[in-house]
Design a binder for this molecule. Sequence first.
Ligand SMILES: Cc1cc2nc3c(=O)[nH]c(=O)nc-3n(C[C@H](O)[C@H](O)[C@H](O)COP(=O)(O)O)c2cc1C
Length: 158
Amino acid sequence: MKTLIIYATRYGTTGTCAQLLSDALEGEVVLQNLAENPTIDLAGFETVVVGSPVYAGRINKRVKRFCSNHESTLLAKRLGLFTCDMEEGDGSIKQLDHCYAPPLVAHALVKNSFGGQFLFSQMGWFTKKMIKMMSKSDEDVKRIQYDAIKEFADVLNS
Ligand SMILES: Cc1cc2nc3c(=O)[nH]c(=O)nc-3n(C[C@H](O)[C@H](O)[C@H](O)COP(=O)(O)O)c2cc1C
């Protein structure tokens, strides 16, 4: 079984999660960062996983475009959808459901948030200032949901 994980990332967390998912999946897995390689070839992949960080309530533009340009092909694949974000509890799933197109959400074999991170060393000064004010802390926040990644992989491996 061959799996393609398509993703985008701004500060690296979604890439880290995509790699963790890849490590937990059985069979051949190809990781594709859309910013590094925008060429799409979905042929030969039985399973496609799409992952994106959420900024201001939206997924990455490249991921959105990929999903819309390839929707009919994705609807014929085993599909997984994930987000990286800092929402907590049910809010993160509601956000995911709102971010991806309804037909893809309905078709997905598995979907979940893998949590997220605020890594201050990676941010520009304005973003750093804004997030520090919002989170009332200048410590990095690391909330990757390792269990969610494992459970997601278990569904795709079954
Ligand atoms: C400017 C900014 C806006 C954000 N907006 C949201 C948001 O609307 N919802 C959310 O759940 N998380 C939000 N986040 C948190 C990011 O989704 C989180 O940091 C994620 O891990 C980033 O992933 P990346 O490193 O792959 O880009 C925001 C973070 C920043 C810095």
